[in-house]
Write a new protein. Structure first.
Length: 229
């Protein structure tokens, strides 16, 4: 997580359901279609941050992201592969059957629940590396969205956890966003700066927070789509 206040005993949720939202967008020429002439499907593998926990369906990350892409004429469908409560191990365990033949690219947003459970960075690293290896074997470009460990785990833990995303992205040639929460406010240096954009649990963004995240995430999705062979 980005700040120590985000880490709390409240888990990302107990729900175990994937809500796949398929929006068929047949729109004019765009930045994305300039690089890829056919409609593109991107699978978003994640936890409650991807699933849209605590929000009406239309206000979650994937629906807002699909709307952002549609407004820009991108023929891109993002599928909601978020499962509330999922760890990096959970994401890995369902990856094989999630990557159906129509999937052209992958977004990975995992690790927050690993932090909530105090798992060792090496465990998270091994799981995310296995996900990247599977994507690489299928020739799928990847956008990896990281998490930041709070300082209360100690400097060694924080360094190891934060850096695993940077190092794996470089090793497997994945696009990288180092911290999900910095999508909401890249300049935030204090937990209080994020509170207007967070739900009461202090873990999940509210609809306005998701909107801010999408504004920064959207251009990276177009960059990801441009990498599709």
């Amino acid at each position: 997580m980005m700040f120590s206040s985000i880490l709390s005993p409240v888990a990302y949720g107990a729900l175990r359901a994937i809500r796949n939202l398929s929006f068929t967008l047949a729109l004019p020429f765009s930045v994305a279609s300039a690089a890829y002439a056919e409609p593109v499907t991107v699978f978003a593998l994640g936890d409650s941050l991807t699933a849209g926990y605590g929000l009406p369906e239309a206000e979650g990350l994937v629906p807002q992201l699909n709307a952002w892409l549609a407004e820009r004429g991108a023929e891109v469908t993002v599928l909601n592969g978020g499962v509330s409560g999922d760890t990096s191990a959970g994401g890995l365990s369902r990856l094989g059957w999630s990557l159906t033949p129509e999937v052209d690219a992958l977004i990975v947003t995992l690790g927050g629940n690993d932090l909530l459970r105090g798992l060792q960075p090496s465990v998270t690293r091994n799981n995310i590396e296995a996900i990247l290896q599977e994507a690489q074997s299928r020739d799928l470009p990847v956008l990896l969205i990281g998490m930041e460990a709070p300082g209360n785990f100690g400097p060694a833990y924080k360094t190891a956890f934060d850096q695993l995303y940077v190092e794996l992205a470089a090793q497997y040639d994945a696009l990288l966003i180092e911290s999900y929460f910095r999508l909401i406010d890249p300049a935030a240096t204090d937990p209080g700066q994020l509170s207007p954009f967070m739900q009461a649990d202090g873990i999940h963004p509210n609809a306005q927070g998701v909107q801010r995240a999408v504004e920064n995430l959207g251009p990276r999705i177009l960059e990801l789509v441009a990498q599709i062979d």
